[in-house]
Design a protein around this ligand. Sequence first.
Ligand code: CTP
Length: 410
Amino acid sequence: MDLAGKNIVLGLTGGVACYKAAELTRLLTGAGASVQVVMTAAACQFITPVTMQALSGRTVYTDQWDARIANNMPHIDLSRDADAILIAPCSADFLSKLAQGRCDDLLSTLCVARPATVPLFVAPAMNVEMWQNPSTRRNARQVAEDGIRLFGPAAGQQACGEVGMGRMLEAAELLEELVCALAAKPLAGKKMLVTAGPTYEAIDPVRGITNLSSGKMGFAIARAARHAGADVTLVCGPVSLPTPAGVQRINVQSARQMHDAVMAAVPGQQVFIAVAAVADWRVANASAQKLKKQDERSLPQLAFEQNPDILATVAALPGAPYCVGFAAESENLVAHGQAKRIRKGVPLLVGNLGPQTFGLDTNELILFDESGHVSLPAGDKWTLARELVAEIGRRLVHATPGTQPLKRTA
Ligand code: CTP
Protein backbone atom coordinates (compact mmCIF):
# COMPACT_ATOMS: atom_id res chain seq x y z
CA MET A 1 0.00 0.00 0.00
CA ASP A 2 2.56 2.53 -1.20
CA LEU A 3 -0.03 5.34 -1.44
CA ALA A 4 -2.04 4.56 1.70
CA GLY A 5 -3.94 7.63 2.85
CA LYS A 6 -2.96 9.75 -0.16
CA ASN A 7 -5.53 11.84 -2.03
CA ILE A 8 -4.70 11.96 -5.72
CA VAL A 9 -6.50 14.15 -8.23
CA LEU A 10 -6.27 12.33 -11.56
CA GLY A 11 -6.89 14.67 -14.50
CA LEU A 12 -7.70 13.27 -17.94
CA THR A 13 -7.33 15.33 -21.10
CA GLY A 14 -8.08 14.41 -24.71
CA GLY A 15 -6.06 11.50 -26.09
CA VAL A 16 -6.30 7.83 -27.01
CA ALA A 17 -4.15 7.09 -23.94
CA CYS A 18 -7.27 7.75 -21.84
CA TYR A 19 -7.75 3.99 -22.00
CA LYS A 20 -4.64 3.63 -19.80
CA ALA A 21 -6.19 5.97 -17.21
CA ALA A 22 -8.75 3.27 -16.38
CA GLU A 23 -5.99 0.82 -15.44
CA LEU A 24 -4.07 3.58 -13.67
CA THR A 25 -7.12 4.31 -11.49
CA ARG A 26 -7.26 0.65 -10.45
CA LEU A 27 -3.55 0.64 -9.63
CA LEU A 28 -3.79 3.89 -7.65
CA THR A 29 -6.74 2.67 -5.57
CA GLY A 30 -5.02 -0.72 -5.18
CA ALA A 31 -2.00 1.13 -3.76
CA GLY A 32 -4.26 2.69 -1.12
CA ALA A 33 -4.93 6.11 -2.70
CA SER A 34 -8.27 7.90 -2.92
CA VAL A 35 -8.63 8.98 -6.53
CA GLN A 36 -10.63 12.04 -7.53
CA VAL A 37 -11.06 12.06 -11.31
CA VAL A 38 -11.48 15.34 -13.21
CA MET A 39 -11.94 15.18 -16.98
CA THR A 40 -11.86 17.73 -19.78
CA ALA A 41 -14.56 17.74 -22.47
CA ALA A 42 -12.03 16.25 -24.91
CA ALA A 43 -11.22 13.39 -22.50
CA CYS A 44 -14.94 12.50 -22.43
CA GLN A 45 -14.68 11.80 -26.18
CA PHE A 46 -12.23 8.98 -25.43
CA ILE A 47 -13.53 7.39 -22.21
CA THR A 48 -16.74 8.01 -20.29
CA PRO A 49 -17.02 9.57 -16.83
CA VAL A 50 -19.19 6.52 -16.03
CA THR A 51 -16.21 4.19 -16.39
CA MET A 52 -13.94 6.48 -14.39
CA GLN A 53 -16.54 6.91 -11.64
CA ALA A 54 -17.07 3.15 -11.40
CA LEU A 55 -13.32 2.55 -11.10
CA SER A 56 -12.54 5.40 -8.71
CA GLY A 57 -15.69 5.04 -6.60
CA ARG A 58 -16.12 8.82 -6.60
CA THR A 59 -18.14 11.37 -8.52
CA VAL A 60 -16.23 12.49 -11.60
CA TYR A 61 -16.15 16.23 -12.28
CA THR A 62 -15.99 17.70 -15.78
CA ASP A 63 -17.47 21.17 -15.47
CA GLN A 64 -16.32 24.35 -13.77
CA TRP A 65 -20.00 25.24 -13.20
CA ASP A 66 -20.97 21.96 -11.55
CA ALA A 67 -23.61 22.95 -8.97
CA ARG A 68 -23.12 19.74 -6.93
CA ILE A 69 -20.20 21.37 -5.12
CA ALA A 70 -21.80 23.36 -2.25
CA ASN A 71 -19.90 26.60 -2.84
CA ASN A 72 -19.84 26.07 -6.62
CA MET A 73 -16.06 26.32 -6.63
CA PRO A 74 -14.86 22.85 -7.69
CA HIS A 75 -11.44 24.23 -8.71
CA ILE A 76 -10.85 25.18 -5.06
CA ASP A 77 -12.58 22.34 -3.24
CA LEU A 78 -11.12 19.52 -5.33
CA SER A 79 -7.53 20.71 -4.99
CA ARG A 80 -7.39 21.54 -1.25
CA ASP A 81 -7.26 17.95 0.06
CA ALA A 82 -4.96 16.70 -2.69
CA ASP A 83 -1.52 15.23 -1.94
CA ALA A 84 -0.75 15.44 -5.67
CA ILE A 85 -2.37 16.15 -9.01
CA LEU A 86 -1.50 13.84 -11.91
CA ILE A 87 -2.60 14.69 -15.45
CA ALA A 88 -2.61 11.43 -17.43
CA PRO A 89 -2.92 11.68 -20.33
CA CYS A 90 -1.73 15.24 -20.82
CA SER A 91 -2.41 16.40 -24.39
CA ALA A 92 -0.29 18.92 -26.33
CA ASP A 93 -3.14 21.39 -25.91
CA PHE A 94 -3.29 20.95 -22.14
CA LEU A 95 0.51 21.29 -21.88
CA SER A 96 0.25 24.62 -23.69
CA LYS A 97 -2.49 25.73 -21.27
CA LEU A 98 -0.29 24.82 -18.30
CA ALA A 99 2.65 26.68 -19.83
CA GLN A 100 0.51 29.80 -20.13
CA GLY A 101 -1.46 29.40 -16.90
CA ARG A 102 -4.76 29.49 -18.76
CA CYS A 103 -7.96 28.78 -16.85
CA ASP A 104 -10.68 28.03 -19.38
CA ASP A 105 -12.07 24.77 -17.98
CA LEU A 106 -12.28 23.01 -14.62
CA LEU A 107 -9.04 20.99 -14.89
CA SER A 108 -6.80 23.86 -16.07
CA THR A 109 -8.33 26.20 -13.45
CA LEU A 110 -7.82 23.59 -10.74
CA CYS A 111 -4.14 23.22 -11.70
CA VAL A 112 -3.54 26.97 -11.47
CA ALA A 113 -5.59 27.23 -8.25
CA ARG A 114 -3.75 24.41 -6.46
CA PRO A 115 -1.84 25.39 -3.30
CA ALA A 116 1.92 25.71 -3.84
CA THR A 117 2.41 22.65 -1.60
CA VAL A 118 0.46 20.35 -3.94
CA PRO A 119 2.83 18.89 -6.56
CA LEU A 120 1.61 18.67 -10.15
CA PHE A 121 2.77 15.82 -12.38
CA VAL A 122 1.92 15.41 -16.05
CA ALA A 123 2.19 12.38 -18.33
CA PRO A 124 2.38 13.70 -21.90
CA ALA A 125 0.62 11.64 -24.56
CA MET A 126 0.62 12.74 -28.17
CA ASN A 127 1.72 12.02 -31.71
CA VAL A 128 5.49 12.10 -32.29
CA GLU A 129 5.31 15.17 -34.54
CA MET A 130 3.22 17.03 -31.96
CA TRP A 131 5.76 16.14 -29.25
CA GLN A 132 8.65 17.31 -31.44
CA ASN A 133 6.96 20.50 -32.54
CA PRO A 134 8.96 23.54 -31.36
CA SER A 135 5.92 24.93 -29.55
CA THR A 136 5.48 21.70 -27.54
CA ARG A 137 9.22 21.57 -26.78
CA ARG A 138 8.96 25.14 -25.52
CA ASN A 139 5.86 24.36 -23.42
CA ALA A 140 7.50 21.27 -21.92
CA ARG A 141 10.55 23.34 -20.92
CA GLN A 142 8.33 26.06 -19.50
CA VAL A 143 6.21 23.77 -17.30
CA ALA A 144 9.37 22.02 -16.04
CA GLU A 145 10.81 25.43 -15.17
CA ASP A 146 7.58 26.21 -13.30
CA GLY A 147 8.13 23.14 -11.08
CA ILE A 148 5.74 20.78 -12.87
CA ARG A 149 7.28 17.29 -13.24
CA LEU A 150 6.91 15.41 -16.51
CA PHE A 151 6.56 11.62 -16.33
CA GLY A 152 7.76 10.39 -19.73
CA PRO A 153 6.75 10.29 -22.50
CA ALA A 154 8.20 7.07 -23.90
CA ALA A 155 9.08 6.16 -27.47
CA GLY A 156 7.27 3.44 -29.39
CA GLN A 157 4.37 2.47 -31.60
CA GLN A 158 1.61 5.08 -31.52
CA ALA A 159 -2.16 4.73 -31.96
CA CYS A 160 -1.96 6.70 -35.24
CA GLY A 161 0.45 4.11 -36.67
CA GLU A 162 3.54 6.30 -36.46
CA VAL A 163 6.52 5.44 -34.27
CA GLY A 164 8.48 7.71 -31.94
CA MET A 165 8.46 9.79 -28.77
CA GLY A 166 5.09 10.76 -27.36
CA ARG A 167 3.60 7.50 -26.04
CA MET A 168 2.24 7.88 -22.54
CA LEU A 169 4.01 5.72 -19.95
CA GLU A 170 2.16 2.54 -19.02
CA ALA A 171 -0.11 2.66 -15.98
CA ALA A 172 2.33 0.64 -13.83
CA GLU A 173 5.18 2.96 -14.81
CA LEU A 174 3.12 6.01 -13.86
CA LEU A 175 2.28 4.46 -10.49
CA GLU A 176 5.98 3.80 -9.89
CA GLU A 177 6.89 7.41 -10.81
CA LEU A 178 4.18 8.79 -8.54
CA VAL A 179 5.13 6.61 -5.56
CA CYS A 180 8.78 7.61 -6.07
CA ALA A 181 7.96 11.31 -6.41
CA LEU A 182 5.93 11.33 -3.19
CA ALA A 183 8.49 9.39 -1.11
CA ALA A 184 10.72 11.12 1.46
CA LYS A 185 14.20 11.88 0.08
CA PRO A 186 16.74 11.24 2.88
CA LEU A 187 19.34 10.18 0.28
CA ALA A 188 18.88 13.18 -2.04
CA GLY A 189 22.18 14.04 -3.71
CA LYS A 190 23.83 10.75 -2.67
CA LYS A 191 25.30 8.25 -5.09
CA MET A 192 24.75 4.60 -4.22
CA LEU A 193 26.24 1.45 -5.73
CA VAL A 194 24.43 -1.87 -5.20
CA THR A 195 25.41 -5.42 -6.19
CA ALA A 196 22.67 -8.03 -6.57
CA GLY A 197 21.91 -11.56 -7.69
CA PRO A 198 24.18 -14.57 -8.03
CA THR A 199 27.39 -14.84 -10.03
CA TYR A 200 28.05 -17.52 -12.62
CA GLU A 201 31.41 -19.24 -12.84
CA ALA A 202 31.96 -21.10 -16.09
CA ILE A 203 33.07 -24.74 -16.15
CA ASP A 204 32.97 -24.83 -19.93
CA PRO A 205 31.06 -22.78 -22.56
CA VAL A 206 27.73 -24.41 -21.67
CA ARG A 207 28.00 -25.25 -17.96
CA GLY A 208 28.70 -23.26 -14.86
CA ILE A 209 28.44 -22.94 -11.10
CA THR A 210 25.96 -20.50 -9.64
CA ASN A 211 23.70 -20.23 -6.59
CA LEU A 212 20.06 -19.76 -5.65
CA SER A 213 20.09 -15.97 -5.18
CA SER A 214 17.21 -14.46 -7.17
CA GLY A 215 18.38 -10.83 -6.97
CA LYS A 216 15.00 -9.74 -5.54
CA MET A 217 16.41 -8.24 -2.33
CA GLY A 218 19.15 -6.29 -4.13
CA PHE A 219 16.73 -5.02 -6.78
CA ALA A 220 14.25 -3.96 -4.06
CA ILE A 221 17.06 -2.07 -2.28
CA ALA A 222 18.11 -0.34 -5.51
CA ARG A 223 14.49 0.69 -6.10
CA ALA A 224 14.02 1.89 -2.52
CA ALA A 225 17.25 3.89 -2.70
CA ARG A 226 16.08 5.61 -5.87
CA HIS A 227 12.76 6.43 -4.16
CA ALA A 228 14.81 7.89 -1.29
CA GLY A 229 16.48 10.24 -3.75
CA ALA A 230 19.78 8.44 -4.43
CA ASP A 231 21.44 8.20 -7.82
CA VAL A 232 21.66 4.39 -8.02
CA THR A 233 23.93 2.09 -10.01
CA LEU A 234 23.09 -1.60 -9.85
CA VAL A 235 25.70 -4.22 -10.78
CA CYS A 236 23.97 -7.55 -11.10
CA GLY A 237 24.73 -11.13 -11.95
CA PRO A 238 22.52 -13.19 -14.27
CA VAL A 239 18.90 -12.55 -13.23
CA SER A 240 15.86 -11.84 -15.39
CA LEU A 241 14.29 -9.20 -13.15
CA PRO A 242 13.21 -5.91 -14.75
CA THR A 243 15.49 -2.95 -14.00
CA PRO A 244 13.92 -0.63 -11.41
CA ALA A 245 12.90 2.67 -13.07
CA GLY A 246 15.57 5.34 -12.94
CA VAL A 247 18.33 2.90 -11.90
CA GLN A 248 21.45 2.42 -14.01
CA ARG A 249 22.06 -1.32 -14.49
CA ILE A 250 25.32 -3.06 -15.35
CA ASN A 251 25.02 -6.77 -16.16
CA VAL A 252 27.87 -9.14 -15.33
CA GLN A 253 28.27 -12.88 -15.05
CA SER A 254 31.33 -13.88 -13.05
CA ALA A 255 32.64 -12.64 -9.70
CA ARG A 256 35.69 -11.17 -11.41
CA GLN A 257 33.47 -9.24 -13.84
CA MET A 258 31.41 -8.01 -10.88
CA HIS A 259 34.61 -6.97 -9.12
CA ASP A 260 35.84 -5.06 -12.18
CA ALA A 261 32.46 -3.34 -12.74
CA VAL A 262 32.27 -2.32 -9.07
CA MET A 263 35.83 -0.99 -8.99
CA ALA A 264 35.14 1.07 -12.13
CA ALA A 265 31.91 2.49 -10.69
CA VAL A 266 32.93 3.05 -7.07
CA PRO A 267 34.77 6.42 -7.36
CA GLY A 268 32.38 9.17 -6.24
CA GLN A 269 29.91 6.80 -4.54
CA GLN A 270 28.82 7.64 -0.98
CA VAL A 271 27.24 4.26 -0.23
CA PHE A 272 28.07 0.71 -1.34
CA ILE A 273 25.60 -2.08 -0.56
CA ALA A 274 26.87 -5.57 -1.45
CA VAL A 275 23.75 -7.72 -1.69
CA ALA A 276 25.08 -10.10 -4.37
CA ALA A 277 25.72 -13.72 -3.49
CA VAL A 278 29.21 -13.75 -4.98
CA ALA A 279 30.85 -17.11 -5.72
CA ASP A 280 33.81 -17.57 -3.39
CA TRP A 281 35.64 -19.73 -5.93
CA ARG A 282 35.92 -19.94 -9.69
CA VAL A 283 36.95 -22.93 -11.76
CA ALA A 284 40.70 -22.69 -12.32
CA ASN A 285 40.72 -25.24 -15.13
CA ALA A 286 37.61 -24.11 -17.03
CA SER A 287 37.54 -25.68 -20.46
CA ALA A 288 37.40 -23.61 -23.66
CA GLN A 289 35.36 -26.41 -25.29
CA LYS A 290 32.39 -28.33 -23.98
CA LEU A 291 33.50 -31.23 -21.77
CA LYS A 292 32.31 -34.46 -23.34
CA LYS A 293 30.86 -37.29 -21.31
CA GLN A 294 33.18 -40.27 -21.12
CA ASP A 295 32.93 -43.51 -19.24
CA GLU A 296 32.16 -43.29 -15.54
CA ARG A 297 35.74 -43.91 -14.43
CA SER A 298 37.03 -40.68 -16.03
CA LEU A 299 34.89 -37.98 -14.44
CA PRO A 300 35.95 -34.35 -14.97
CA GLN A 301 38.23 -33.05 -12.24
CA LEU A 302 37.52 -29.41 -11.33
CA ALA A 303 40.15 -27.29 -9.60
CA PHE A 304 39.18 -24.04 -7.85
CA GLU A 305 40.79 -20.73 -7.10
CA GLN A 306 39.52 -17.96 -4.85
CA ASN A 307 37.61 -14.97 -6.22
CA PRO A 308 38.39 -11.43 -5.07
CA ASP A 309 36.31 -10.29 -2.09
CA ILE A 310 34.55 -7.28 -3.61
CA LEU A 311 33.07 -5.91 -0.39
CA ALA A 312 36.30 -6.19 1.63
CA THR A 313 38.25 -4.60 -1.24
CA VAL A 314 35.90 -1.61 -1.46
CA ALA A 315 35.77 -1.22 2.35
CA ALA A 316 39.59 -1.05 2.44
CA LEU A 317 39.83 1.72 -0.19
CA PRO A 318 41.07 5.09 1.05
CA GLY A 319 37.98 7.33 1.39
CA ALA A 320 35.74 4.26 1.03
CA PRO A 321 31.98 4.80 0.70
CA TYR A 322 29.75 3.81 3.62
CA CYS A 323 29.79 0.02 3.12
CA VAL A 324 26.94 -2.34 3.91
CA GLY A 325 27.40 -6.10 3.59
CA PHE A 326 24.90 -8.90 3.45
CA ALA A 327 25.48 -12.30 5.01
CA ALA A 328 23.54 -15.24 3.66
CA GLU A 329 24.00 -17.95 6.26
CA SER A 330 22.40 -21.37 6.60
CA GLU A 331 22.58 -21.47 10.43
CA ASN A 332 23.84 -19.64 13.53
CA LEU A 333 23.22 -16.24 11.95
CA VAL A 334 23.91 -14.15 15.05
CA ALA A 335 27.42 -15.52 15.64
CA HIS A 336 28.40 -15.62 11.95
CA GLY A 337 26.97 -12.15 11.20
CA GLN A 338 29.00 -10.17 13.71
CA ALA A 339 32.19 -12.10 12.89
CA LYS A 340 31.66 -11.48 9.19
CA ARG A 341 31.07 -7.73 9.69
CA ILE A 342 34.39 -7.42 11.49
CA ARG A 343 36.22 -9.62 8.96
CA LYS A 344 34.92 -7.53 6.05
CA GLY A 345 35.73 -4.24 7.83
CA VAL A 346 32.26 -2.70 7.30
CA PRO A 347 30.19 -0.56 9.70
CA LEU A 348 26.92 -2.35 8.93
CA LEU A 349 26.17 -5.93 7.94
CA VAL A 350 22.71 -7.31 7.22
CA GLY A 351 22.21 -10.98 8.01
CA ASN A 352 19.61 -13.29 6.56
CA LEU A 353 19.14 -17.05 6.32
CA GLY A 354 19.75 -17.81 2.63
CA PRO A 355 17.76 -21.04 2.29
CA GLN A 356 14.74 -19.36 3.96
CA THR A 357 14.64 -16.43 1.54
CA PHE A 358 16.32 -17.22 -1.82
CA GLY A 359 13.72 -16.79 -4.56
CA LEU A 360 10.94 -15.77 -2.16
CA ASP A 361 9.29 -12.36 -1.74
CA THR A 362 9.73 -12.35 2.04
CA ASN A 363 12.77 -12.12 4.27
CA GLU A 364 13.90 -11.59 7.84
CA LEU A 365 16.87 -9.30 8.45
CA ILE A 366 19.23 -8.77 11.37
CA LEU A 367 21.42 -5.65 11.37
CA PHE A 368 24.89 -5.97 12.89
CA ASP A 369 26.96 -2.93 13.81
CA GLU A 370 29.71 -2.09 16.27
CA SER A 371 27.28 -1.90 19.16
CA GLY A 372 25.46 -5.20 18.63
CA HIS A 373 22.57 -6.42 16.56
CA VAL A 374 18.90 -5.66 16.06
CA SER A 375 16.20 -7.53 14.09
CA LEU A 376 13.83 -5.93 11.62
CA PRO A 377 10.36 -7.48 11.78
CA ALA A 378 9.91 -10.17 9.10
CA GLY A 379 8.22 -8.81 6.03
CA ASP A 380 8.16 -8.62 2.26
CA LYS A 381 11.42 -7.66 0.57
CA TRP A 382 10.07 -4.30 -0.63
CA THR A 383 9.06 -3.23 2.90
CA LEU A 384 12.38 -4.45 4.32
CA ALA A 385 14.31 -2.70 1.54
CA ARG A 386 12.62 0.61 2.36
CA GLU A 387 13.29 0.19 6.08
CA LEU A 388 16.91 -0.68 5.44
CA VAL A 389 17.42 2.29 3.12
CA ALA A 390 15.79 4.62 5.68
CA GLU A 391 18.09 3.17 8.35
CA ILE A 392 21.14 3.72 6.14
CA GLY A 393 19.97 7.31 5.59
CA ARG A 394 19.84 7.84 9.38
CA ARG A 395 23.27 6.26 9.82
CA LEU A 396 24.80 8.48 7.14
CA VAL A 397 23.68 11.50 9.15
CA HIS A 398 25.17 10.02 12.31
CA ALA A 399 28.32 8.96 10.44
CA THR A 400 29.27 12.61 9.91
CA PRO A 401 32.00 13.79 12.28
CA GLY A 402 30.86 15.21 15.61
CA THR A 403 27.60 13.26 15.90
CA GLN A 404 26.85 10.17 17.97
CA PRO A 405 26.22 6.66 16.58
CA LEU A 406 22.77 5.19 17.19
CA LYS A 407 22.24 3.15 20.37
CA ARG A 408 21.70 -0.52 19.57
CA THR A 409 20.88 -3.46 21.81
CA ALA A 410 23.72 -5.96 22.07
N1 CTP B 1 31.06 -10.68 -1.02
C1 CTP B 1 31.80 -10.00 -1.95
N2 CTP B 1 32.74 -10.67 -2.69
C2 CTP B 1 32.94 -11.99 -2.49
C3 CTP B 1 32.18 -12.68 -1.51
C4 CTP B 1 31.23 -11.99 -0.81
O1 CTP B 1 31.61 -8.80 -2.15
N3 CTP B 1 33.86 -12.62 -3.21
C5 CTP B 1 30.09 -9.90 -0.22
C6 CTP B 1 28.65 -10.29 -0.43
O2 CTP B 1 28.06 -9.52 -1.46
C7 CTP B 1 28.05 -9.99 0.92
C8 CTP B 1 29.17 -10.30 1.90
O3 CTP B 1 30.37 -10.20 1.13
O4 CTP B 1 27.74 -8.65 1.08
C9 CTP B 1 29.11 -11.62 2.57
O5 CTP B 1 28.96 -12.63 1.61
P1 CTP B 1 28.93 -14.16 2.09
O6 CTP B 1 28.89 -15.03 0.87
O7 CTP B 1 27.86 -14.34 3.12
O8 CTP B 1 30.31 -14.24 2.85
P2 CTP B 1 31.70 -14.86 2.50
O9 CTP B 1 32.72 -13.81 2.71
O10 CTP B 1 31.65 -15.48 1.15
O11 CTP B 1 31.86 -15.94 3.64
P3 CTP B 1 31.28 -17.45 3.74
O12 CTP B 1 30.85 -17.84 2.36
O13 CTP B 1 32.39 -18.22 4.26
O14 CTP B 1 30.13 -17.37 4.71
